[in-house]
Design a protein around this ligand. Structure first.
Ligand code: FAD
Ligand code: 2HG
Ligand code: ZN
Length: 482
């Protein structure tokens, strides 16, 4: 259905979609027109131009054709509630949307849904220096939170390369991980309370402004990591922590992944305070060097590298085994930032290459070498013409395994191949008691593989739970566990 066939009047102004496809969802488009008119009559900002639909109807992924009836930008909790009530009345599904940096297609509209983007709800509501909690609206950009806290020697200890765009609501809906999980854990640990709007428009405040609240079962944590399927997060009280007193950033070359794990073992044995322990293969580094102005870090070529932040005051505290010619220790903040740039630019550098299929796997550390060896031994036969890029948060047992072809995938053949091979990769992961998603979530991309993610009993319970919160099935349909 081409929407250019449809015209409707919003506030007296003729608005006209140009060449936007609604896939198989003309019904949602019709419902969308009624809802959009209602929202406009309530003074709620909506966008319906083709460019905006394409832009706000998706996240970082590019696998799906976007189909949305419109984008709503609520400015308050009351407006979110009004939007969900209007959608409920028409049976129009909704896609909650934040900074759209998600890598699992969780914020992609494909069925003509209304996208509810939280960007306009980006205020800091309160700072409590006694409890060290920052009360924010969910649409605040992650980096803005850090900018508020940093001058006070504090931070929200979730750190990820998408910090300039992702939002706190998105971080919580995905239970984001990132670069410092080894020290601080996932986003979940740094949330005191949440305010959420349910599918029927009702509001719930979960936990409140107290540290301790054991008055019965807590629903707060259910929303963290639920990928917008249980409600829309509108506010959060975030727990702040002291910035690390010291930070030594080191980049060292390693011959292999097992060698990187040996370094980790030594740091653990010496009980050195690790803030980050990242790994990347040489080809990742090469792609970053090609894309950026950065200079090669090592004099000799290196099979892989480990990037570490240690909470140490002095280089003399670094273990002797790391004090080699193959280790670079940052002497200034700027040098540290430059070392981190090798790691933080990997995703964007790979994105330029052609067709990229991402895996975000968790494995028990001890089993990781065997897993990687297995994948490598069968890779070229299973993915002809592709190159394997391996990097990730090694200290957390989280591997980002990217399968990359140097060409686009106009007919979807490469995607089908990757999806077919998922069965193999995920079986190996499950056999080693790993997880098919360490931090990015399931979204639309990985939902076909639920049987690898949860046991049948857990799936049954989660499906029932989703029905309890959203009986009409209007919140992010097709995403996560359904
Ligand atoms: P979106 O992409 O907009 O949405 C993500 C999911 O949350 C969707 O399911 C959406 O429906 C839901 N959602 C969004 N806002 C709300 C809300 N207010 N209420 C309810 N549901 C909502 N992720 C990591 O975990 N670790 C990393 O190290 C990391 N690095 C990255 C680096 C790059 C360069 C990029 C592009 C991405 C990276 N990501 C990483 C993925 C992504 O940044 C995170 O998943 C992030 O938490 C998503 O936030 P967002 O605001 O962009 O959410
Ligand atoms: C990271 O750790 C992100 O940089 C993105 O989680 C991983 O691009 C990826 O596969
Ligand atoms: Zn990651």
């Amino acid at each position: 259905l081409e929407s250019s066939k449809h015209r409707w009047e919003l506030h007296g102004k003729i608005t006209h979609h140009k060449k936007v496809s609604f896939g198989d969802s003309p019904t949602n488009l019709r419902k969308g027109m009624t809802v959009l008119k209602k929202l406009q009559s309530l003074g709620i900002e909506v966008l319906v131009e083709a460019e905006d639909l394409e832009n706000y109807g998706r996240d970082w992924t590019r696998f799906h054709k976007v189909a949305t009836c419109g984008i709503a930008f609520p400015k308050s909790t009351d407006e979110v509630s009004a939007i969900l009530k209007a959608c409920g009345a028409q049976g129009l599904p909704v896609v909650p949307s934040g900074g759209r940096t998600g890598l699992a297609a969780g914020a992609v509209a494909t069925q003509g849904e209304l996208v509810v983007n939280l960007s306009r709800m980006n205020r800091i509501l309160d700072w409590d220096p006694l409890s060290l909690t920052l009360h924010v609206e969910a649409g605040i950009v992650h980096e803005a939170v850090q900018e508020f806290l940093r001058p006070q020697g504090l931070h929200w200890p979730v750190d990820l390369a998408s910090k300039g765009s992702c939002q706190i609501g998105g971080n919580l809906a995905t239970n984001a991980g990132g670069l410092r999980v080894i020290r601080y854990g996932h986003a979940r640990r740094w949330v005191q309370s949440l305010k959420v709007v349910l599918a029927d428009g009702r509001l719930m405040e979960l936990h409140g402004p107290v540290e301790k609240n054991n008055a019965g079962t807590s629903l707060r944590d259910l929303f963290i990591g639920s990928e917008g399927t249980l409600g829309i997060i509108v506010e959060a009280r975030l727990r702040a922590a002291s910035l690390p007193k010291n930070r030594l950033t080191l980049l060292t070359s390693v011959p292999s992944l097992p060698a990187a794990l040996e370094i980790l073992k030594e740091l653990r044995k010496k009980q050195l305070p690790i803030l980050a322990f990242e790994f990347f293969r040489e080809n990742c580094l090469q792609r970053v060097l090609e894309k950026t102005q950065l200079r090669p870090p090592f004099r000799n070529s290196s099979a892989a590298a480990v990037l570490m932040d240690l909470e140490l005051a002095d280089v003399s505290e670094i273990p002797e085994s790391l004090s080699t010619a193959d280790t670079i220790v940052a002497e200034t903040e700027e040098q540290a930032r430059n070392l981190w740039a090798y790691r933080e630019n990997i995703t964007e550098s790979l994105a330029q290459l052609g067709f990229v299929y991402k895996h975000d796997l968790a494995l028990p550390l001890r089993k990781m070498p065997a897993f990687v060896e297995k994948v490598e031994s069968e890779f070229s036969q299973r993915f002809p013409g592709a190159e394997l890029y391996l990097f990730g948060h090694l200290g957390d047992g989280n591997l980002h395994l990217n399968v990359v072809w140097p060409k686009k995938d106009p007919d979807g053949k490469l995607l089908s191949l990757c999806e077919k091979q998922n069965e193999w990769i995920f079986s190996e992961v499950v056999a080693l008691q790993g997880s098919i998603s360490a931090e990015h979530g399931l979204g639309l991309l990985k939902r076909k593989y639920l049987s690898f993610a949860k046991s049948p009993t857990e799936l049954e319970m989660l499906r029932k739970l989703r029905k309890v919160f959203d009986p009409q099935g209007l919140l992010n349909p097709g995403k996560g566990i359904e």
